[in-house]
Design a protein around this ligand. Structure first.
Ligand SMILES: [Zn+2]
Length: 371
């Protein structure tokens, strides 16, 4: 399972690296180092110039012919992130060395038309540009946290990404919160090969191959959600009609339903909106038997789900998110039984909101600099 980075991107990367790794480089030297044609080099350097990442100068050649020199403008580059968490729009600006230059949080007035997400973001990004008038925005990372997010606002945020791309013509990337944490960890842990993340509750699943997040697996994961992981379960999926598929057992709603059924509190409406998966986790940490039973069961179900993912997608690493000790122990036992694999799975806790706001900008920095 290999995913190739497009040839164009590889070429762009090599040109950026050659210019950024030195302070300046001549056009001739750039052609020599990269092996690209003059035309290819001109195409990509024009793009970098347009975005303010490099400057072009002319220098007197030794034989009288003026030569072109490209100079890295790295001291004057900034990376911006925009994040949406329920009612808050968060912004961060970092420089080439990852120093935090500015951050701000706007509270979206309640009840505000959802278009306010776009208007407020565009105003704040303009404000950032005014604040740093001689700096070039190299890329914008947009981070969407969908947990308890109003669906119209989510849509507006996705629309914002398109508007920013049109308006500024720079690299603008949309990331979901858990995807962003996964990408950061993959880099921090120096992982290689195929790594997969499965987030129970949201049922988000992601795979990174050689550092790049796979965007060709949507079809696979749509199907994956309906794999049967418990033939004996009493839950029957309303979508696929199977008994005990991943979706019918491991979404936030299904976990809460299973818990309420076990405890005899069948009135979902009564516990509905305020009763969250977190309540069950907290109760299980306090030792409440019903909550413990659900969490242990979740461990078994998650193990079965990730074992399928590991086999079918040839994963070298599996990352787990927000597993408590109880969940992790039951998960590992089942996972070992299924796969014979005794290496512990990597388990991490979510980053704080401020961490992810910063990380969205940091991932843009790593991307533009090929770090
Ligand atoms: Zn199903």
């Amino acid at each position: 399972m290999e995913k190739k980075i497009s040839k164009i991107n590889l070429k762009k990367q090599r040109i950026r690296t050659a210019i950024f790794s030195g302070i300046c480089i001549s056009r001739q030297e750039l052609i020599r180092q990269t092996g690209f044609s003059g035309r290819t080099v001109d195409n990509y350097t024009n793009e970098l110039k347009r975005h303010g990442l490099i400057l072009e100068e002319t220098a007197e050649g030794q034989r009288g012919r003026p030569g072109i020199i490209y100079r890295s403008n790295s001291e004057r580059i900034i990376f911006v992130s925009v994040s949406l968490f329920t009612g808050k729009l968060c912004f961060a600006v970092i420089d080439i060395n990852s120093y935090l230059l500015y951050s701000n949080v706007l509270i979206i007035p309640e009840p505000a038309p959802s278009t306010d997400v776009i208007r407020l973001s565009l105003e704040e990004i303009q404000n950032i540009r005014n604040r740093f008038p001689d700096m070039a925005v190299a890329a914008i990372g947009c981070n969407l946290n969908t947990y308890r997010q109003d669906s119209r606002r989510s849509l507006q945020f996705r629309e914002l990404v398109k508007i920013l791309r049109r308006l500024y013509g720079i690299h603008v990337e949309l990331m979901e919160d858990s995807e962003l944490v996964f990408r950061r960890l993959y880099k921090s842990l120096l992982l290689k090969g195929n790594a997969g993340l499965f987030v129970p509750g949201h049922l988000h699943a992601y795979v990174i191959t050689n550092g790049e997040l796979r965007n060709d697996l949507d079809g696979y994961f749509r199907n994956f959600r309906h794999r049967q992981i418990d033939r004996a379960a009493s839950e029957i999926c309303g979508i696929c009609g199977r008994r005990g598929c991943i979706e019918s057992l491991l979404t936030y709603d299904s976990i809460i339903r299973r818990y309420l059924k076990l405890t005899g509190k069948n009135d979902h409406g009564k516990y509905g909106d305020d009763f969250t998966y977190n309540n069950i986790l907290i109760q299980s940490q306090a030792g409440a038997p019903d909550a413990c039973r659900i969490i242990k069961e979740n461990g078994i179900y998650i193990a079965r789900a990730v074992a399928v993912m590991k086999k079918e997608l040839h994963l070298d690493h599996i990352l787990l998110c927000n597993s408590t000790h109880l969940l992790y122990r039951s998960l590992l036992a089942e996972y070992e039984k299924l796969t014979g694999d005794t290496t512990p799975l990597l388990n991490f806790s979510y980053l704080t909101v401020s961490d992810t706001v910063y990380t969205a900008a940091e991932l843009m920095r790593l991307k533009i600099l090929n770090l």
